[in-house]
Design a protein around this ligand. Structure first.
Ligand code: HAM
Length: 403
């Protein structure tokens, strides 16, 4: 038997309903915030992710599904969605058009990680990217969007925020942090020693307990912000407070992708185990420029759909649609005609086998249909149908044309 690859899941009943409910809910919320749906390819040039997510990140350094295609191009399956959307934004000269562009997308992402609960090699994200607004109000808006999506799905969360500074304050902070790491070199892990050389702030989210004990005393980003970044962070907290969105400032939140500046945030759930991040995002004001576009401020987020599935509260399922069946083979053509007509406005499931009324009622109940419609010899001759409303538990015979 051929099986799916490790870390790559099928989404089948009953989980499919949760997945679909998530997409419908998130799509509706994104549209209410003025975002519009976009698609970008699953396969991109490897250079795109190296330049955006960053060569020192685990995602690019260790986890890419990278290969040479038949034309000799170095390509890889997208590990995340932001880079592709920014590439498309620049390629189609939307950066030159000016104005505000707000996009949402969903689909599979691929990271060659060690599979475990909540960590897959193919997983799905729902993401939003907003281009052209430098104001921190847009950061709050996208955070509120995520909060709205989770609220609509009945999902509890904790929101963590941090500021990563910008080109004015980040370089100085980096130097300070390197100075601190130099002093504590003997007490940090090998990975952190490597990070110190490639991307020092990534040490702050090291999972090693000893390192974490050392970093408790490390200089904090938020104490080293320039005036502009400090003001924005203050405003961010103030507006979240005013809107009743609870948050924790996590000074070690640095995110696993290199393109962020200023606002960074993560939504975590305490109900799903070690892989607790259910959404992450932040501002990335320099990425458009890094990908050869005109400098354009941007902010966005992505939600990991699989991690949410067990948390989603499904709305009560009501009976809906039609079940139709014939009691003899001769009546089946009429059932098919009726089904074709009713499908213009309703869902209809047809049973092709000739069965007794009792068997059809069972079938209708099994699929949770609201209406069970049956034609037998009598109805066929009279041009009528027998119909039962399974909710009101009432039955009647009506002319077929009036169903
Ligand atoms: P990220 O934090 O790498 O951000 O991923 C976002 C979410 O995807 C995570 O919070 C998690 O729920 C889910 N996720 C990540 N890796 C896995 C995995 N291996 N298995 C299952 N779920 C996973 C980004 O990808 C950024 N592009 C978000 C963004 C958009 N920032 C700005 N705009």
């Amino acid at each position: 038997m051929i099986r799916s690859l490790r870390g790559m899941n099928d989404i089948l009943p009953p989980e499919n309903l949760r997945f679909e409910h998530f997409l419908q809910t998130a799509t509706a919320v994104a549209k209410r915030y003025g975002f519009t749906y976009v698609e970008t390819p699953l396969l991109e040039e490897t250079a795109l992710f190296k330049r955006s997510v960053g060569e020192s990140s685990d995602i690019v350094g260790k986890e890419m599904y990278q290969f040479t295609d038949k034309g000799g191009n170095d390509v890889c399956l997208r590990p995340e969605g932001t880079a592709g959307v920014v590439r498309a934004f620049v390629q189609h000269k939307l950066d030159r058009a000016g104005g505000i562009h707000r996009y949402f997308y969903h689909g599979p992402m691929f990271r060659y990680e060690r599979p475990q609960k909540g960590r897959l090699r193919e997983f799905h994200q729902f993401g939003c990217e907003s281009f052209g607004v430098a104001s921190v109000y847009e950061d709050v808006t996208v955070i509120m969007m995520v909060a709205d999506i989770f609220k609509a799905l009945g999902i509890g969360y904790r929101l963590k925020i941090n500021s990563l500074g910008d080109r004015n304050c980040m370089p100085q902070y980096r130097e300070k942090l390197i100075g601190f790491l130099d002093k504590h070199e003997a007490h940090i892990c090998e990975d952190c020693t490597r990070r110190k050389a490639t991307n020092p702030i990534r040490v702050l989210d090291c999972k090693n307990e000893h390192c974490q004990a050392v970093y408790a005393d490390a200089p904090k980003l938020i104490d080293n912000l320039c005036e502009g970044c400090g003001e924005d962070f203050h405003t961010l907290k103030k507006i979240l407070d005013e809107n009743g969105i609870a948050y924790e400032v996590d000074t070690h939140l640095v995110r696993g992708l290199d393109y962020y500046s200023k606002t960074a945030f993560e939504f975590v759930s305490d109900a799903i185990g070690a892989q607790s991040a259910i959404a992450g995002g932040g501002r990335y004001d320099r990425l458009v420029e890094f990908l050869d576009g005109r400098p354009t401020p941007a902010v966005g987020f992505a939600i990991g759909i699989e991690r949410l599935l067990e948390l989603i509260e499904m709305p009560e399922t009501k009976r809906s649609g039609y079940y139709m069946g014939a009691m003899d083979d001769e009546s089946l053509p009429q059932i098919l005609k009726l089904a074709a007509r009713k499908r213009a406005s309703d869902s209809v499931v047809v049973e092709y086998g000739a069965k007794s009324l009792k068997a059809h009622l069972k079938g209708a109940d099994r699929i949770n249909a609201r209406w069970c419609v049956v034609i037998g010899e009598n109805e066929r001759n009279a041009g009528t149908v027998w119909v039962k409303d399974l909710e009101a538990k009432s039955e009647s015979v009506v002319p077929a044309g009036e169903l």
